[in-house]
Write a new protein. Sequence first.
Length: 161
Amino acid sequence: MGFGTAAGEGAVQTGLGFDEGLLSGNQSQIAKLIAPQIQAQQQQGQQQIQTAGEFQNRSGGTNSSAQNNIDTQRANVNNMISQLTGQAAGAVTQTGENLLNTGLKANEVQDQEAQRIMDNQANSLLGMGITEGAGDLEGLGLNWVNQALSGGGNSGGDESK
């Protein structure tokens, strides 16, 4: 297996693993897969809460604003998971179709190569000698034996009947 094939196979397996993890429905696995994105959402929200706490009036409105920010963070993460799940389903399907097509094409190429090898062997000097020799043997009576074994010849030896 060449470098390109091995690297491609590794990339496909990594991508499929990610997509299948998203599609698994396992919340802890999904959280691990998109931890960097979740962390970025949380950091952005925390910065907004901190800025509001430092520069706004300290009243019930600040607390309410902070709670709304946290709710927005959760909604953004849920939306991201929803979008990624839809994309993952499409990606897994597309990858499967591509791999099936690649496998079918490889089988087709292998069949063509086998046919080419058989044609080359039949057209070689040895191959032509074998097929011509077999034709000569048939002329010597092997076709009669073949017919007798297959039930097509008569066993009495008298062909005039």
